[in-house]
Design a protein around this ligand. Structure first.
Ligand code: PLP
Length: 360
C-alpha cells in the first residue's frame, strides 16, 4: 500500500493533510536552521515558545475566541477532561447535568458520578442514540451542563445548541475546527487533537476566564485548569511536537480559506456518501436520523448482513481503511474529517454504487 492508493477513513487517530506531513518531514531534523528537531528543543527556549504562541494565536483567530477566554494545551486526552471537569467545578450541594447522546457522553457521566451529584438533562438512548436529544430538562442548582457536540461512534452531530442559562461545556473531540462555532455560547470547549487538529497527545481546552475562576483549588496542581492557564500551558513539559503539528494543521485550515470554507467542503464530502445511501433503495441504510446526521462520521449498514462482511472485505482490498463500525455498534463508518480529501469521498461513493450494482 502507498499513501497515494490509501483512502484513510479512520475514526481517530485519523488522516492528516499530506502537505502538513511533508512540511513537518522537511523540518524534522533541522527546524528552521536551528540544527535540531523542534522536539529536541527546550520548551523554555525562544524557538519553541514562538511555535507554541503561534498555535494559540491561530486557534484564537480561526475560532474568533473572545478575549475573556483562555486557550490551554494539556495532555491526558479528552478522557482526562471527563474527570477534571467535575473535579474542578462540581461542589457539594450542586449537581451537574449530562446530555446523553452516545458512548462518550456515557463515559463522561460515569467519571462525573465519582465526583458528585449528576443527572441526565436529556437522552436518546431509547432510540439507540440515532438522534441528538434537543429537549433539555435543566434542574435547579445545576453547576454546568455537559454535551458531546459530535458523536463519533453513532454518527450524530448537534446542528443547533439549545439556549441555557447555566455554564455549558462541550466535548468537541470529533468536530472541533470543522465549522465556525460561537465560542461565547460555551463556558468551556475541549477536544483531543487526534481527529481534526493533529497527532494524539495534545488536548485543547478553551475556557471562559470567569468560569475558570470559580474552580476549586484543592486538587493536585497538575489537575487544576488554573495551573495551566496561569503558565500559558508551560507549567510542565507540554507535548511540544504535537503542539507544533497542531499549529501546522491550523495554518493549513487558514490556507483552505478558514472554517467557513472547511465547513462547506465537509458538507459536500459527507453529502457524496449520504446521497449514495439515500439513493440505494434500502441496499444501504444510515444509522443516524437524517436531521441528526454527522458530517464527520457517516455510520451506515449494508441491509444484507452477510453482504456487509463482503462489503468491508472488498473495501479493504480496494484501499479503503477504517470503514468498520465501532465494535459497540457494528456496521460501517466512514470518518470524513477535515483532512480527508474530496477525492477519497468520491472514490468511496463510487465504490458503494458499484458494489450495489454488482450485488443488488
Ligand atoms: N470524546 C469523543 C467525542 C471522542 O470521539 C473520543 C475519542 O474518540 C474521546 C472523547 C476520547 O478521547 P481520548 O482518546 O483523547 O481520551
Amino acid at each position: 500500500m502507498t499513501r497515494e492508493t490509501t483512502y484513510n477513513f479512520n475514526a481517530g487517530p485519523s488522516a492528516l493533510p499530506t502537505v502538513v506531513l511533508e512540511r513537518a518531514q522537511a523540518q524534522l531534523l533541522d527546524f528552521e536552521g536551528n540544527g535540531m528537531s523542534i522536539m529536541e528543543m527546550s520548551h523554555r527556549g525562544k524557538v519553541y515558545e514562538a511555535v507554541h504562541n503561534a498555535a494559540i494565536e491561530r486557534m484564537r483567530k480561526l475560532y474568533n475566541i473572545p478575549e475573556d477566554y483562555e486557550v490551554i494545551f494539556m495532555q491526558g486526552g479528552a478522557s482526562l477532561q471527563f474527570s477534571m471537569i467535575p473535579m474542578n467545578f462540581l461542589n457539594e450541594g450542586e449537581t451537574a447535568g449530562y446530555v446523553m447522546s452516545g458512548s462518550w457522553s456515557q463515559k463522561a457521566l460515569k467519571e462525573a458520578k465519582m465526583q458528585g451529584a449528576t443527572y441526565e438533562v436529556a437522552s436518546s438512548k431509547d432510540n439507540q442514540f440515532k438522534n441528538i436529544p434537543m429537549d433539555w430538562n435543566v434542574e435547579d442548582n445545576t453547576r454546568y451542563i455537559h454535551m458531546t457536540s459530535n458523536n463519533t461512534i453513532y454518527g450524530t452531530q448537534f446542528k443547533d445548541i439549545p439556549e441555557v442559562n447555566v455554564p455549558l461545556i462541550a466535548d468537541m473531540s470529533s468536530d472541533i475546527m470543522s465549522k465556525p462555532v460561537d465560542v461565547s455560547k460555551f463556558a468551556m470547549i475541549y477536544a483531543g487533537a487526534q481527529k481534526n487538529l493533529g497527532p494524539s497527545g495534545v488536548t485543547v481546552v478553551i475556557v471562559k476566564k470567569d468560569f475558570l475562576e470559580t474552580a476549586k483549588e484543592e486538587n493536585p496542581t497538575v489537575l487544576q485548569y488554573k495551573t495551566h492557564a496561569d503558565s500559558n500551558s508551560l507549567y510542565h513539559t507540554p507535548p511540544t511536537f504535537g503542539i507544533y503539528m497542531l499549529g501546522e494543521v491550523l495554518k493549513w485550515i487558514e490556507e483552505q480559506g478558514g472554517l467557513e470554507a472547511v465547513d462547506r467542503q465537509n458538507e459536500m464530502k459527507a453529502g457524496l456518501i449520504y446521497d449514495v445511501i439515500d439513493a440505494s433503495e434500502g441496499f444501504y441504510y444510515g444509522h443516524a436520523d437524517k436531521d441528526s446526521r454527522s458530517l464527520m462520521n457517516i455510520t451506515f449498514r449494508v441491509a444484507d448482513e452477510a453482504l456487509e462482511k463482503q462489503f468491508l472485505a472488498e473495501a479493504a482490498e480496494a484501499g479503503f481503511v477504517g470503514l468498520n463500525g465501532h465494535r459497540s455498534v457494528g456496521g460501517c463508518r466512514a470518518s470524513a474529517y477535515n483532512a480527508v480529501p474530496v477525492a477519497a469521498c468520491e472514490a468511496l461513493a463510487t465504490f458503494m454504487k458499484e458494489f450495489q450494482a454488482k450485488h443488488a
